[in-house]
Design a protein around this ligand. Structure first.
Ligand SMILES: [Zn+2]
Ligand SMILES: [Zn+2]
Length: 132
């Protein structure tokens, strides 16, 4: 583990905002001015391959990285694109297994709930939400 990788891991691990590589790059660069976006990308994928991170997706925009490895769902604001974790118990594999029994078994579920977050809801008159 190089100091650069350690710093990238430290940054992504304490964030709950599901950042993409570019956001992480900007944050890490403050402490490691020599780090490149390419290094951040490669390190994040390395961590993902080793099971330290998971990615959210599929999304139209950049891949985002998540230090929360427990099974959980996401609430995505269609306006500001912030992402919050939602407890897995909301939609558990047993809930959906009957619905997909003709297709096969269920190993995991990932629900992406899309909506307007409370902050954007208050600002809707100023910034109408994008379709998404
Ligand atoms: Zn929002
Ligand atoms: Zn998450």
């Amino acid at each position: 583990m190089t100091p650069q990788r350690l710093e990238i891991l430290r940054e992504v691990s304490h964030r709950t905002d599901h950042p993409d590589a570019e956001l992480l790059f900007k944050a890490v660069r403050k402490r490691l001015p020599t780090v490149s976006l390419d290094t951040v990308y490669r390190t994040l994928w390395l961590f993902t391959e080793h099971g330290l991170l998971q990615t959210l997706g599929p999304r139209q925009t950049a891949i985002r990285f998540d230090p929360n490895l427990r099974a959980h769902h996401h609430y995505v604001c269609v306006n500001c694109e912030r992402v919050w974790d939602v407890e897995e118990s909301l939609v558990s594999p047993s809930d959906v297994s009957a619905a997909v029994s003709s297709l096969g078994t269920v190993v995991a579920t990932h629900v992406e709930i899309r909506g307007l977050c409370s902050k954007c809801l208050t600002n809707t008159s100023l910034h109408p939400p994008r379709r998404g």
